[in-house]
Design a binder for this molecule. Structure first.
Ligand code: SF4
Length: 703
């Protein structure tokens, strides 16, 4: 007996939210989604979390954009003169597609022709398909003429990717999260999979129940800690101190794998010298973890037959995020815990397609498959394929683009499916920068906070309306299929990109999305043996695949590394303080992040009835003892402020927060956490320090 006999159809697709990439069955009645169930996909085996199961009705929300909009003549952009999102007609009017496309494209082309290619930039989307990401980066590189193209990977795992590329020659995971089942020892650090990768978390809990030792390392406690062998709630920002102490134990007690290092790894001597002073006893007061515990965890990681490391944005979103990841890579390399079942390095990717969008070249330093724009041979190949001379210089990253817009150097932008007016740090600065643009084109499904600053708004396709591939955190390329018709005059994203490209002089010709995939795959060695038809047929194919008829390789690095000489490289890290430390005026540490029910800037989940009912208002989380000490009480409205701004929100008691600490989710537009955050960047990954800045919390009113 099936639960969906009453549906008109059931469409096989994938979840639009996190990087786990759960496969779904989408039941549709009268062109509305009525139920979503899990399918037996490789990363979910029929499971779904609350977002995947109940977060679908945003697609038919009355606020969906159904017609192109154009800013009214003479309506200036300023922070004091923003439209009311419920009544945008004071600032925008409806337009035909012809007029909107012409206005969008002519503004971009005029900026390019008047001020040069470096006066433009584009933000693509990690929520879109691989094909959209490929087209978007090609449009910027060929049509704008620069590499000023980036996306939200810059705000999540850019530092992890920088460390992985430098260390092991590949930014992707070395093993899927299901490998936890084969491991003896599992580290989960700087991640809250129960909230952010919930179905992956079920695999971790299963592994714990099967007797595997899990160590959770994070300044905040979490549900997974209940299943853990050890839980290390270290001091915020002290990651390198703690990890170097573990490396010190492994080095001084000679627990490393000498044979593996000799055969595969450079840089061990430099690491030995660097960590010599980082004894657990010396690091105990720095990181707040007892020396005996650090020794025990380091020994067990090194001596277990199979150990694996999973990490999240608690590792990456620091000014020392690359150093944090370097330490994790060093742990795996000196113990030989990589390239075998149950071992490896796995940065848990955030958005449903952030892996794929990065692979497809939505990054300012590299073409598809991380091929450097500065390498003349690589560039020559893309110039031959795309028929244009390409910019030999790296482009700007997300925060750099916003900075240059603020300074008036970037004058026009094309933003597809991203929301920098919520997601970028230091929102007063970021929104002022958007105001200063001469020309902003926003392509999205809702009138996002960013769209309020636009000159032209192009109504696009939701996940449930489009066909295309997505690549999850496990390197599994999966097929998403349309379940619904587009509302009103909304159009497919790839078709809009195609039309804009043609109008600004990009000579391209594609009949279908499959044509785009074919061209993209031809530029990406990682997609060798993975065709559109194969993904259609098999639903999920892991890259790399050795042959068209053989499953992809879930475990990589068994035979060396994809570096020039096949060897991995250790880069030792120093302890550097966070950019902004608490002081008398701002005595608390502020950290931002996601919550189970809401996704990123909330544009989808805040419009999903069940999810918004579960978490309807902005909250600040603090330890109950900290709340008592400040003579506040849970439920009252407080003001959280930093040197950059302040917001008001409801105080919630949370024993998982350490004392001296406040956590604010960044998904609520009525109290956007990024008014508070520090834009200071990690020098390698160029990622802002979302996980640490100095803050204060003040009483406001009692409800
Ligand atoms: Fe969707 Fe991630 Fe939840 Fe799976 S775990 S249902 S991919 S949000």
């Amino acid at each position: 007996k099936t639960r969906t006999v009453w549906a008109d159809k059931v469409v096989n697709s994938v979840c639009p939210y996190c990087g786990v990439g759960c496969q779904t069955k989408v039941a549709v009645k009268d062109d509305r989604i009525v139920q979503v169930d899990g399918r037996d996909g490789p990363s979910n085996e029929n499971r779904l979390c609350v977002k995947g199961r109940f977060g679908f009705d945003y697609v038919r929300h009355p606020q969906r954009l159904k017609k192109p909009l154009i800013r009214r003549e003479g309506v200036a952009k300023s922070l004091d003169n923003l439209p009311d999102p419920a009544n945008p007609w004071t600032h925008f009017r409806e337009a035909t597609w012809e007029e909107a496309l012409e206005r969008a494209a002519s503004g971009l082309a005029r900026t390019r022709d008047t001020h040069g290619p470096h006066a433009l930039a584009g933000f693509g989307s990690a929520k879109g398909t691989n094909e959209e990401a490929y087209l978007f980066q090609k449009l910027v590189r060929v049509g704008f003429g620069s590499n000023n193209v980036d996306h939200c990977t810059r705000l999540c795992h850019a530092s992890s990717v920088a460390a992985l590329m430098e260390g092991v020659g590949s930014g992707a995971v070395s093993a899927p999260f299901m490998a936890a089942a084969d491991a003896d020892f599992i580290i989960v650090i700087g991640a809250r999979p129960e909230q952010n990768h919930p179905v992956a978390n079920t695999y971790f809990k299963q592994a714990a129940k099967a007797g595997k030792k899990i160590v959770v390392m994070d300044p905040r406690g979490q549900g997974l800690s209940r299943f853990a062998w050890r839980s290390l709630q270290f001091k915020p920002g002290a990651d390198v101190a703690m990890l170097n102490a573990m490396l010190n134990v492994i080095v001084t007690e000679k627990l490393y794998d000498e044979q593996y290092i000799q055969a595969n790894v450079d840089g061990f001597e430099a690491l030995k010298a660097k960590v010599a002073d980082f004894t657990p006893e010396a690091m105990e007061p720095v990181c707040g973890i007892a020396a005996a515990t650090l020794r025990e965890v380091a020994r067990t990681y090194a001596t277990s037959e199979r150990s694996i490391i999973f990490w999240g944005m608690g590792v990456s979103q620091h000014t020392h995020g690359t150093d944090n990841a370097r330490c994790l890579i060093a742990l795996a390399l000196i113990t030989g815990h990589v390239g075998r079942p149950g071992t490896g390095l796995h940065p848990l990717r955030g958005q449903n397609n952030v892996q794929g969008a990065s692979d497809a070249g939505l990054i300012p330093m590299v073409f598809p498959d991380y091929q450097s724009v500065e390498n003349p041979d690589v560039r020559g190949r893309f110039e031959d394929l795309w028929g244009r001379t390409l910019d030999p210089k790296r482009g700007l990253t997300v925060v750099e683009i916003i900075d240059e817009a603020y300074e008036g150097k970037i004058k026009a932008m094309y933003v597809q499916g991203e929301n920098p007016a919520m997601s970028d740090p230091d929102q007063n600065h970021a929104r002022a920068a958007l105001c200063r643009l001469d020309h902003l084109v926003v392509q999205d499904i809702f009138l996002t906070e960013t769209a309020l600053y636009a000159d032209v708004i192009l109504p696009a396709s939701a996940h449930a309306e489009k066909l295309g591939t997505y690549t999850n955190t496990n390197r599994q390329v999966q097929m998403g299929r349309p379940a619904l018709n587009l509302p009103g005059e909304a159009r497919q994203d790839w078709e809009i990109l195609y039309d804009i490209g043609r109008r600004i002089g990009v000579g391209w010709s594609y009949e279908t999305v499959a044509d785009v995939f074919a061209e993209m795959a031809s530029t990406m060695p990682s997609l060798k043996n993975i065709s559109w038809d194969r993904v259609m047929r098999e639903e999920s194919v892991t890259y790399p695949a050795d042959a068209p008829d053989r499953p992809g390789n879930e475990i990589i690095f068994a035979q060396g590394f994809p570096t020039r000489d096949g060897r991995a490289r250790i880069v030792p890290a120093d302890v550097l303080p966070p950019d902004e430390m608490p002081d008398v005026e701002f005595p608390l540490v502020l950290s931002t992040g996601r919550m189970l029910e809401h996704w990123h800037t909330g544009s989808m989940t805040r419009r999903a009835g069940v999810l918004d009912a579960l978490e309807p208002e902005p909250v600040a989380l603090m330890n109950p003892r900290e709340i008592l000490r400040r003579e506040m009480r849970a439920g009252e409205v407080v003001q959280v402020s930093t040197r950059r701004g302040e917001i008001e929100l409801t105080l919630r008691a949370d024993r998982d927060c350490p004392e001296g600490f406040v956590f604010v989710p960044f998904c609520f537009n009525e109290a956007a956490a990024n008014f508070l955050t520090n834009p200071q960047l990690d020098p390698f990954g160029k990622i802002p320090e979302f996980k640490y800045c100095a803050a204060r919390v003040d009483k406001r009113s009692v409800r």
